[in-house]
Design a protein around this ligand. Structure first.
Ligand code: CMC
Length: 431
């Protein structure tokens, strides 16, 4: 077995090397502090592995993304969101019977407790849908307060039910919050509709205008949810693991993940891209001028939807979405000036040394917003769509962590740089 050696104050410490199934390498520093008194410092966790996982594999240099070993490109075309959710959470593709049981559970749990609607109705009309989503998901822990431990048979049955409730109710919460924002009555879930179709129906059907479910739109939404399904240790997923490691319930752990996702550097970037494109059309005479502003660090302007902590090449999810964007806009004869602008921005950026030298390519958020617009989804709901898609991944990581022995609460260390020791100063002696 290979070992890494660290020499500190003339003493050598040996640490086991761990090699993943795809040859990713790490050395295990678990005993470093106990043995040497040192910790490692890695702000932003750029080099720190927080767990061993079997869920998702990413190769950021080659642009590879696989769920449980299956390439995202295959799942996007061949699978459904429910099937992919099962794959992520339970570790294998379901048999026909398993998928049927899972789908029935989703259908049975689609409704919201009518008392929960009192909360939903009382939020201010202009509340951001992500704020409503996180609050309502945490509210589920009030309506379903039963606790369970994963290390018993009853625990795993309770987990299955909790996971199904979350997966199914999240789309109802999302659609209802949209209906509330436009002042229309809620459209209840339809037991005969599948996951993506049911969501579209709840969003866009109304008592006075029938919404026709187009198979291509349903297929595209399925695909969009699938490609957001998991992305290993990003800000929100690691948040779900960290919060969940306190053994708080699954609803509250997911609520924390939704809050982490909301930020513009993470899932909120899909909304940020559209706002950026609209700003360019309104306030910038030409695209090159905007690119120059991005390159000027003092302007603190980012090219939203570009760059990624892991991908140093084209994000495979962005490739799928770009193609779908073209297809859907063509099929429905939609002329969206934002798509033309996005294509032009991409072309200019990918010829510019600033972006090339830093390996900055379009990420999943660059084209997703334009596609959501084509499906009729409003800009402030984009990150909610990301959250619905990412939910199976969050649940899978929560489960994997709870199934891991030994189980440990997440508790990083720090290097203290504050005052060594001060004494309390009475008020009249303070400056
Ligand atoms: N526009 C302009 N410059 C950028 C951008 C960008 N979008 N992204 C990175 N850079 C620059 C950055 O300023 C730095 O330059 P320098 O070396 O001169 O200091 C260099 O590229 C390396 O970037 P970094 O900030 O060290 O990279 P990171 O891994 O810490 O950040 C990121 C990754 C995604 C937060 C960042 O690329 C970013 O802010 N992108 C825009 C927001 C965005 O699209 N986020 C969605 C990410 S994908 C969906 C998800 O999973 O969340």
């Amino acid at each position: 077995m290979k070992k890494a050696e660290i020499i500190l104050e003339d003493k050598t410490y040996e640490m086991p090397v761990i090699v993943g199934t795809m040859n990713e390498k790490a050395f295990d520093i678990s005993t470093l502090r106990k043995d040497s008194g040192y910790i490692t410092l890695d702000q932003g966790y750029q080099n720190t592995g927080s767990c061993i996982s079997k869920i998702t594999y990413i190769d950021g240099e080659k642009g590879i993304l696989r769920y449980r070993g299956i390439p995202i490109e295959e799942l996007a075309i061949k699978s459904s969101f429910s099937e992919t959710a099962y794959l992520l959470i339970y570790g294998k593709l379901p048999t026909a019977e398993e998928l049927h049981t899972f789908s029935v559970k989703l259908t049975e749990n689609a409704m919201l407790h009518e008392d929960m609607l009192n909360f939903l109705r009382s939020y201010p009309i202009h509340s951001h849908p992500m704020a409503i989503l996180s609050s309502m998901v945490n509210t589920l822990s009030i309506f379903y307060p039963e606790e369970f431990s994963m290390d018993s048979d009853e625990g795993s049955v309770a987990f299955d039910l909790t996971a199904a409730r979350l997966l199914s109710k999240i789309r109802t919460i999302a659609a209802f919050s949209y209906k509330k924002s436009i002042g229309e009555p809620f459209i209840y879930p339809e037991p005969d509709l599948k996951y993506a179709a049911n969501f579209l129906n709840m969003m866009f059907n109304s008592p006075t205008k029938k919404y026709n479910l187009d198979p291509d739109i349903v297929k595209t939404l399925n695909k969009m949810l699938i490609i957001h399904g998991d992305h290993e240790q990003n800000c929100s997923t690691s948040t779900v693991r960290l919060v969940g490691s306190s053994k708080v319930n699954l609803y509250s752990s997911i609520c924390a993940g939704i809050c982490a996702l909301w930020g513009p550097l993470h899932g909120g970037a899909n909304q940020g891209v559209i706002e950026m494109l609209e700003d360019i059309i309104k306030n910038h005479k030409n695209i090159k001028g905007f690119i120059e502003k991005v390159k000027d660090k003092k302007s603190r302007t980012l090219l939203m939807g570009f760059g990624h902590r892991v991908y140093k090449t084209y994000d495979p999810r962005a490739k799928i979405l770009k193609e779908d964007c073209m297809n859907i806009l063509n099929k429905f004869h939609i002329k969206d000036p934002l798509l033309d602008l996005a294509l032009e921005l991409e072309e200019i950026a990918l010829k510019d040394d600033y972006f090339l030298s830093r390996n900055l390519y379009p990420n999943v958020d660059f084209y997703s917003g334009i596609l959501y617009r084509a499906l009729g989804i409003p800009t402030n709901m984009f990150t909610v769509m990301f959250a619905i898609g990412r939910l199976p991944g969050w649940i899978a990581h929560w489960k994997e962590m709870h199934d891991t022995v030994p189980f440990r609460i997440g508790r990083p260390r720090q290097i203290y740089m504050g005052e060594p020791l001060l004494h309390y100063t009475p008020m009249n002696n303070r400056k």
